[in-house]
Design a protein around this ligand. Structure first.
Ligand code: GLN
Length: 520
């Protein structure tokens, strides 16, 4: 009933963008579910390193949208960037498929392919993500802008329906263990192939339906080449380009370099991602934030509003750092120390993440109805209060988990219900905080700095992911192949250095997970 009402009220283009984004998120979250387990079990990485790579990968996925947005606005238009980004991600997943197919015979080539794949996906995501999100808003005429909140709620449901499907299918075919708990380390490839196919479907859906449905309120194609300037319809007279002085740009470059080295020194270590990628993410965010706030054209009120955005962006870093343990430390716990018996079925460890997508999909609409009701009765909490509730809830979710793991020791198993409860509370936290954050930035930004402030906001997400990688890397390594190899008397370093070649039997033993064997 609700759906038919919504369908008639919203432009058809919203459903095309919904479908495209759904398949894209299938590809992204499906791959995210199995990525760290693939790195550990097939490419023989340490858990801590897998976690750092995961954080760097996600962080860069939120840095490149600045580039994708810029290229779309100046050169290619939204449409071409979405198609290009979609194809790049499909190719990236195909490279992961290849990597996961050949690691047994050529580990170093497989590792190189994995790095290239992640690089291509990062740029693909940068072209795709900002452009599809910005098209949602442009589907509506000015007088119907009030529908935008619902439009974004529907879009957010598409995101999470895709995440749910990806986290269902990819683990189902890619994260396989036999009855003895021995993992099929060659199965990951099927998960990556499914992700690639999903991305191709999303790209084709967009390619074939865009001309008919993804149109401006006047019926002209939306998001074409920038010279055609369709998207400027609403912004006429409102938008002014922000112009930074040469002096402030030079200062920004100096600040970036100084911050880069400061973080590089702070994070230390040998690891390339920790000493290069993480500092780039932190330094870009801080530099851009500094560049905007020090602009002399800002009035006092504008500057105060920007400060509010910065305060919110700062706390959001900690939210995403906690939230994004999903694909690293929480997956390691699900893999090594959880009784994953779910109604008599032993759920693949990487699938446990699915509860977030499932719960967001189920609760996004009820939450937006709740906010509407509270608004109507004048009781709706202001955005920063919602954000605080979100932060409180995510803290609570980890307290519950910490309480339940505290007595487990090395061999005890955590009941899957605790992880499910944790994801439920985290979903409520996400729904209080994530969609609201974006609209807060939209409302508080001076028009001429709006895109750049969205950039700062996304960079705070990126910083959160980098921090997530660091946090995930400090949990005690339980499924670490190096520890396992030592127990089994295999010199894993020598295997990786190619001074010895492991037998298939040894590889199998390495993938055996003794703790999971306790699962009924
Ligand atoms: N889960 C949402 C998405 O994938 C939000 C992530 C975010 O804003 N950092 O788009």
């Amino acid at each position: 009933m609700i759906e038919t009402q919504v369908k008639t009220a919203h432009p058809k283009g919203l459903w095309v963008l919904f479908g495209t984004e759904m398949w894209e998120r299938f590809n992204f979250y499906g791959m995210r579910a199995i990525l760290t387990l693939f790195l550990i079990n097939s490419l023989m990485m340490k858990e801590a390193d897998a976690s750092i790579i995961y954080g760097g990968f996600l962080g860069l996925c939120y840095l490149t949208p600045m580039l994708g947005g810029f290229v779309a606005d100046r050169f290619f238009g939204n449409r071409n960037c979405i198609l290009l980004g979609g194809l790049m991600m499909a190719i990236g997943q195909l490279l992961l498929f290849t990597s996961a197919s050949i690691f047994g015979t050529n580990l170093s080539l497989a590792t190189t392919l994995m790095w290239s794949a992640l690089g291509i996906i990062i740029f693909g995501n940068g072209f795709f993500k900002p452009n599809i999100s910005s098209m949602v808003g442009s589907l509506y005429p000015k007088q119907e802008k009030s529908k935008l909140d619902t439009a974004f709620t529907i879009f957010y449901m598409g995101i999470n329906l895709g995440a749910f499907l990806g986290q269902l299918i990819c683990p189902l075919i890619g994260d396989i263990k036999d009855a003895n708990g021995i993992r099929d380390i060659h199965a990951f490839k099927w998960g990556f192939l499914a992700a690639s196919i999903a991305m191709l479907i999303g790209t084709l859906v967009f390619y074939f339906l865009k001309n008919k449905y993804v149109i401006t309120p006047e019926g002209r194609p939306l998001g074409g080449l920038p010279s055609k300037n369709e998207a400027s319809d609403f912004e006429e007279g409102e938008a002014q380009k922000a112009v930074f002085s040469v002096k402030s740009l030079v200062m920004a470059v100096i600040a970036f370099v100084a911050l880069f080295f400061a973080f590089r020194y702070l994070l230390g270590g040998e690891n390339f991602i920790k000493t290069v990628i993480y500092p780039i993410i932190y330094a870009s965010g801080l530099t851009l934030a500094g560049l905007i706030i020090s602009d002399t054209s800002l009035t006092k009120i504008e500057r105060d509003r920007i400060f509010v955005i910065y305060i919110v962006a700062f706390f959001i870093i900690f939210f995403w750092a906690a939230f994004e343990q999903a694909g690293s430390s929480l997956t390691f716990i699900a893999d090594n120390q959880t009784d994953r018996n779910f109604f008599g079925w032993n759920m693949p460890p990487s699938m446990v993440q699915i509860f977030n997508g499932l719960f967001v999909f189920s609760f996004a609409l009820p939450f937006s109805i709740l906010w509407d009701k509270l608004r109507a009765s004048g009781k709706e909490p202001i955005s920063p209060v919602k954000q605080a509730i979100g932060l409180g809830l995510i803290a609570l979710s980890y307290f519950i988990l910490a309480y339940n793991v505290k007595d487990l020791g090395n061999s005890g198993l955590l009941g899957i219900k605790w992880l499910i409860l944790m994801y439920l509370i985290q979903t409520f936290a996400e729904l209080c905080l994530s969609p609201i954050g974006l609209s807060l930035v939209g409302k508080l930004s001076p028009k001429r700095f709006s895109s750049l402030l969205f950039g700062v906001f996304f960079l705070s997400n990126a910083a959160g992911y980098a921090l997530a990688g660091t946090l995930g890397s400090i949990i005690p390594a339980t499924g670490d192949k190096f520890i396992k190899a030592k127990e089994l008397g295999i010199d894993l370093q020598a295997v990786l250095d190619k001074t010895i070649t492991p037998t298939t039997e040894q590889l199998k033993l390495l993938s055996d997970n003794q703790l999971s064997d306790h699962n009924p």
